[in-house]
Design a protein around this ligand. Sequence first.
Ligand SMILES: [Fe+2]
Ligand SMILES: [Fe+2]
Length: 471
Amino acid sequence: MRVLLYLPNKDVRELLGFQLSSQVKVILREMDSEEDAAGALRKDDAHKQAYEILAAANSEEAANKLSENAEAIDIAIVPGDRTDSVIFGHLKTRKHPVAVIFVYEKSPPDPSRVPGATVLGSVPIQEVVEGVVKLLKSSAEKAVEADGDSEYCPIRTTLLIKAIPLHSDIYIRLSKNKFVKLFHAGMKFTQDDMRKYYETKKVEYMYLRRNQMDEFVTNFRKELMDLVARPSATPAELQETAEVAFEAIHEMIHQLGFTKEIQEVAKAQVAVTLRAVGKNPKLQDLLDGLKAKGDYLARHSTVLAHVGCCIAKEMEWASEATFSKLVIAAMMHDMTLQNHELARINTLTELKERAGEFPPDLVKSYHLHPSKAADLVRSFEEIPADVDAIVLQHHERPGGAGFPRGLTNNYIAPLSAVFIVAHDLVQFMLDRAEKFQLGDFLAQRKTEYSQGNFRKVITALEKMMSAGGAS
Ligand SMILES: [Fe+2]
Ligand SMILES: [Fe+2]
């Protein structure tokens, strides 16, 4: 394990470094320069069970080391008193999780201030040696080496809480390849225990082993169906659950495949979304009341379901069957993409411009994603007709500049036209957030969508705007 040690007081830092080397198995490296530190991290780690300690002399250096070696450092020992420090700033926004031990003088920091970290514990400076040694020893006992992401499936903690009781092990992530078992299989813990843990530690995601997912999948589906049946469920609650559920289903499809059980969960998510959309969806409600809960794809897909149904309603296509088709298509259309940045790209021109940002195999997967998603839809049992066509055509453009087929307006199905404009509109909405104006969208896109079925969609949006639906 690699430990970054930064405490502003040089004496305390050296004392801790020295004591750690005598009490836990460590390889101590005092780094005088960035080159030394980088060199040490590149070196093959022959002592996997030992701690390798990288000391930093100030907050900036510590933050630099942590960001440059994002995946190579497992634990950071840093001061917890000054929440305005550079290192704190780094931990707040970090993408790769790192485990942290805070050393404080006056009071321990609130873990919720550092969402990018897993706080192992906070130690008062008077007990720095005993406290840190104890935390390091216990984390070493519990840490499990894992082969990257493959073995564990992340589930948002708020969702996992709802699926309790579970008889599987639950893990938290220390670093890219290290996970710690938090709750043991068979251990009795309640939703309250878990909620308390979440509230104090603010761990956004917990992990289940891939081969222990069955029980979670069953409970998860039941929870979604209970929510659909609960008369008191509010649209905001339904929408939020739909997003969080999407995220989990997306992850499970990538890790486990689109199994029968996961298809059942996907159907339950569609039912939740359909109830959130309601019979009389309004664009304005969506703009007013929703806060982002899920990741980009989850948000993009669930908002798209809603917007698609708003347009269909305005075009007087508000049947249950149409809404179902649009909601399922929205859920599935980007399901085979994994990279959220790539999912923001809409056209092949944009892809060309940004191709250098992504590995070639990802770029290739982007080209294929509409047809792969359509295949996935076809494997879905009892799915309504036309959904695969909508999914396959979601990146086509009326003038023929889209993909995969470069279809022109006359060859694009009417419901696909609704979906394509809704997809464009959602991107516009999410990019502009509170600055969004439907009028701006219409002004920019009216010419492009001036023919056939696309023209009808634009007319519906104009009607919506003049009725004051979304100014
Ligand atoms: Fe999309
Ligand atoms: Fe897409």
